[in-house]
Design a protein around this ligand. Sequence first.
Ligand code: SF4
Length: 689
Amino acid sequence: AAMRQSRIKRTKTVCTYCGVGCSFEIWTKGRHILKVEPHAEAPVNGISTCVKGKFGWDFVNSEERLTKPLIRKGDKFVEATWDEALSLVARKLTEMKEQHGPDSIGYISSSKCSNEENYLMQKLARAVTGTNNVDNCSRYCQSPATSGLMRTVGYGGDSGTVHDIAAADLVLIVGANAAESHPVLATRIKRAHKLYGQKLVVADLRKNEMAERADLFLHPEQGTDLIWLSAVTKYIIDQGWEDKQFLCDRVNGFDEYAESLSKFTLDYAAEKTGISKDDLIKLAEMIHVANSVCILWAMGVTQHLGGTDTSTAISNLLLVTGNYGRTGTGAYPLRGHNNVQGACDFGSMPAWMPGYEAVQDEKVRAKYERAWGVKLPKEPGLNNHQMVEAIQDGKLKALYLMGEDMAIVDSNSNHVQAAFEQLEFFVVQDIFFSKTAQYADVVLPASPSLEKDGTFTNTERRIQRFHKVFEPLGDSKPDWLILQEVANRMGADWNYCDPGEIMAEVARLAPIFAGVSYERLEGWNSQLWPVAPDGSSTPLLYVDRFGFPDGKAKLVKVDWTPPYDAGKEFDLHLNNGRLLEHFHEGNLTYRVDGITHKVPNPWLEVSPELAAERGLQSGSLVRLTSPYGEVEVRTLVTDRVQGNELYLTMNSFEDKKMVNRLTSSYHDKTTHTPNYKEMGVKMEILESE
Ligand code: SF4
C-alpha cells in the first residue's frame, strides 16, 4: 500500500470552470485522475466543490485533444511541426503588419488561460505588433458591470469577498442564477439565509433555485431592471432614508442625481416593470432596515442594450444607501469563467493596460515603452465585437484567437462565422479542434491548466496559483510558451523561463499588482488586488476611499433603454442561461462522460400556460426561429417560467441547438456587449411528444 501511495501525486490546482475560484488537490497516478480533494485551507471554498470542479476533469485526457499543430491546405488540415506552424504564423502576421499596418491584425485572449498568458497576449498585440486590438470574452458578459462600476466607484471588480456576501444582512440578486452558475458561492448565501437570518431578495424572469428560497421574489418584465432599481432608489430618497453622512463625506453628484430620478415614480415603475408598488416599497424598506446590503448580478443585467446603465443604477443604489466599504456591503458582478477577471486585469482589453491603467494616458504608455523598449499605439483598439465588423468591412485581415470558441459563443453566430470566412489569415490556439478552428489557417495545440503553472483571478479579485500535474499531452504546449515563440519569431526577445518571471514583470509595472509574487502565493495562499508593495491584499475595497483621484465616488445619471423588439411575428421572449452540470459551449463538460451521461442535451423551458395554449408537453420537439437563425430543441414544461417567457439552457454542443443561432448583433451602447437576453422568437411544434 505504501508503494502504491508513493506513486500517487497530489497537486494543488484551481478549478477551471466558474469564477468562484475553488481550489483543491487533485490526486493523480500517471495521467489518471483519481480524485479531487478539497481542503479546509482553500480560501474560497474550504471543503466544498460543485459537480464540475469535483468530476469535470476527464476532458484533459480526451482523445479529441489537439496534439499536433495543423496547417490548412485547401479544405483540409494537415499535421505540421511546431517549427513550420510557428514560422508560418510569424511570417503571415509580419507580412500583414507591413502591408496593411498593425491595426489590420486582432488578438482575442482567453478567460480560460492564466493571468500570465493574458499578459503576454496583450504584450504580443501592443509591443510586438503595435496594435491595441486585443480583447477577451468579458465583452460577452461582464464588461457592462465593469464599466458601471468604473464610472461610479472606480474599480471594475467585486467590492469584497464571498465572506462579505455571507456576512450581509440583505443580499439582493438581480438577473443571476447563482445556484447553478456559481454553486459554491450560492451555498454560502443559502447557509447565511437559513442559519443566520440573512434576508434574500431575488429579481429574475425565472423562478430559479435562489428565487424559490427568497424572502421576496420580484418578476419584472424583461429588460426593465433599471426602472425598478431607480424607483426604489427614488423612494428611499423621498422617505429621507438615504445615508446622508456617507453621501456628504464620500460621494459626488448627489443633488443632480436625485433630480434625475424624478420620472421613476412607483406608479411609472409598476406600470413598466409589472412589479407591484407594494413589492417595490417592501424592497425599499428591507434595504432601509438592513445594516449591510450586497447586490449580486450577472448576465440577466448585463446582456441588454442598457447593460452598463443598469449596472450603474445598481451601484447608485448602493451609494445612496451607504452600502460600500463595510463588511457585508458592496457590488458583486459575478464572473462567469474561472479567469475572466484576470483576462481583464492583466490588460487583454483594447483601452486598458494591465491593472486598468488607460492606454490613452501618456505617462502610462511612457512607463511601458521604457520597460518594453518599443513605441506603443496611443488610441484604444477594437473590441471583439468591433473586430467582427472590421473583418466584414475588410479592415481587419488577420486574427489570432486563443482559447475561445468565438464562432459559437459570440451572438448571432451565423454572422460571425461568415466574417471568419473572410479573414485572410486566422490562427486558433486551443486544446480542442473547436467550431472556430474550422475557419482557421493554422491551429496551435495548447495545454489546459493541469499541464502548466500559472495563476487565475476569481470573481473576488483573488489571485491563486495552480501547478503542473502532467506533462503537456503529445506535442501540445502551454499557451505562454507558444506566445513567447510567436513573439520571438516576429522579432521580440522574450526569455521567460517560467510564468513566475512573467508575474514578476507585471508586479514591477502595474501598481495594483505591486506586491504580487509566486513566493507569496505558495501553498493555499492567495492575494486580492490591489496588492501593496509589501504584499498585503485588499479583501474589501473602498474602506477609506473610492478609486478616483479625490477618493470620492460618483453618482451617475442613467436612463432606461427599452429592450430590442424583433417585431410582432416573434411573439415569444427567449431567455437563456447556464445549468449546473455543463459549462458554456460545452467544449470541456461534453467531453466528460459522467456529466454528459447525466445531462446529454439542452432543453427549452415552457410555462404551463403556454404549453396548454400550444398543445405541448414536456419532451415535445420545437423549432425556434428568430430573425437571425433557428434551433430545434425539446421542451420541459415548468412553472419556473411564466406566460410567454421561454428559457433555453445555453450549454449545447450540437450545432442546431445552439442559442447563438438565434441571438442578434445588437449590443449595449457603451461596451458593445451583445443583448443575448433580449430575443424575440416564434415557436413551431415539430413533434408534440
Ligand atoms: Fe469550480 Fe465554480 Fe464549481 Fe467551484 S463552484 S467547483 S469554481 S465550477
